[in-house]
Design a protein around this ligand. Structure first.
Ligand code: KE4
Length: 423
């Protein structure tokens, strides 16, 4: 694969940006090699600056459920931009997107937009602490909620990839109120509550973790977590930055019929532009400034371009048949990959259009079992697929996303590429 121009661009980038990137996982440290520099994307395809074309399963880490450069999204952005890019004042589009989110997500009666998933989870945790008057929080090992100090504790995504689940630069007393439990283990969660029965403000988790690979919740796990938080007066926070509008129009909480107190969103609701959001019951959200005494603010929060891109995206997703189509394509891909890799120690996980192939022959149900994966073999698989024109996340501990722009031909080509992989 010709990477001449990407290699030149990579040399330049490393002179100006730490590690050559604006976000660590893009640097290919988990798989080695030079990251291709992207020229453009269209539909399910990405083209790099050397003219190599790939079928894309990263989807900008989740937002592009419609595919790249969807015409309705582009038009919405162009029309919004023609009116001005930011005002720092209320606009009607903010209310329109808020209403769509409230109508879609069962737990949300009021919602506040911010500019990233990190801002959403940081703000929601502060709100949970302000509402309950309690300081401690519980997160699940391997879940990733963005790079806010007190959540970089046994975190997933890039933190696992680089073996640094507890970041440098976070003073011990910043993280002292953050307790962790294994995902998919309700007994371990309750054991923490028994030690601190009246001190836990909230339990925060990805209902379907996508940052230690994809790990489906065990039967009744989410229902058990909900019951435990209610028993001890703690709030339940679903981080649906990935799963929101991804696995169902109402997210994982609709799919599993478990209603949290607070929900964090991002990615898809911005249609590829910077966005995050947190929402929940009116009683809780009314504690946020200017109504209440929990402060949170943002210069570009509710930005007209991001609101327009988000609205255009959700308008496509609310159409009948959307999630059935995603399910058809994703099931076709999952069964094809399982068959293609049947002679290689692999464990396949999927929820809707979130997939992961773990290079281990042991079942994966949490952080500890995910970490048993053979990351060297994943790296070889990654480069094999890249050579075949398949664009995967450069880490074993991420998610493979199917979009509405993928076709059966794309899926079959991907499966054919996987058939050629040898240990
Ligand atoms: P951002 O601050 O990156 O917009 O969102 C943080 C975040 C919060 N919650 C969940 C469940 C997330 O997955 C994320 C961010 N996801 C990673 C990839 N798994 C973003 C990619 C990156 O860090 O470059």
């Amino acid at each position: 694969m010709n990477q001449k121009r990407s290699q030149q661009a990579w040399e330049i980038a490393q002179q100006y940006l730490p590690g050559g990137v604006n976000s660590p996982v893009r640097a290919y440290r988990g798989v080695g090699g030079t990251p291709p520099f992207v020229a453009k994307g269209r539909g399910a395809q990405i083209e790099d600056i050397d003219g190599n074309i790939y079928i894309d399963y990263v989807a900008s880490w989740g937002p592009l459920i419609l595919g790249h450069a969807h015409p309705e999204v582009l038009t919405a952005i162009q029309q919004a931009a023609a009116q001005g890019t930011s005002f720092g004042a209320p606009t009607e589009r903010e209310s329109l997107l808020a209403k769509k989110i409230i109508d879609a997500v069962p737990s949300i009666e009021r919602v506040r937009c911010v500019n990233s998933g990190t801002e959403a989870t940081m703000s929601a945790i502060r709100l949970a602490r302000g509402f309950t008057g309690r300081d401690k929080i519980i997160k699940m090992e391997g879940c990733y909620h963005g790079h806010v100090d007190h959540l970089l504790v046994k975190a997933g995504s890039g933190a696992i990839t680089f073996g640094m689940p507890d970041s440098a630069g976070v003073p011990a007393d910043f993280a002292q109120h953050t307790l962790t439990a294994p995902y998919n283990d309700a007994d371990a969660l309750e054991a923490i509550f028994k030690k601190f029965p009246e001190e836990i403000a909230c339990v925060a988790l990805e209902p379907i973790p996508g940052n230690m690979g994809v790990i489906p919740p065990k039967e009744s796990y989410l229902q058990d977590v909900r019951a435990i938080t209610e028993k001890y007066g703690a709030l339940l926070l679903f981080d649906e930055v990935i799963s929101g509008f991804r696995v169902a129009y109402g997210g994982a909480q609709e799919l599993y019929d478990v209603i949290p107190d607070l929900t964090c969103l991002g990615k898809i609701i911005g249609g590829g532009l910077p966005v995050g959001a947190y929402g929940g019951k009116k009683e809780i959200m009314d504690c946020i400034a200017p109504l209440g005494d929990v402060y949170q603010a943002g210069t570009l929060s509710g930005n007209p371009l991001a609101m327009s891109a988000g609205l255009a995206t959700l308008e496509q997703l609310e159409k009948p048949g959307t999630y059935q189509r995603l399910e058809e394509l994703s099931a076709r891909l999952a069964s094809g990959l399982e068959d293609a890799l049947k002679d290689i120690p692999t464990y396949h996980a999927r929820v809707g259009s979130m997939l992961c192939t773990f290079f281990t022959d042991e079942p994966v149900s949490d952080y500890q079992t995910a970490k048993q994966s053979d990351t060297e073999m994943f790296a070889r698989y990654f480069h094999h697929m890249q050579e075949q024109g398949i664009w995967l996340a450069p880490s074993q501990f991420e998610t493979m996303f199917v979009s509405l722009a993928h076709t059966e031909e794309d899926i079959d080509r991907t499966v054919e590429a996987a058939c050629g992989f040898r240990m």
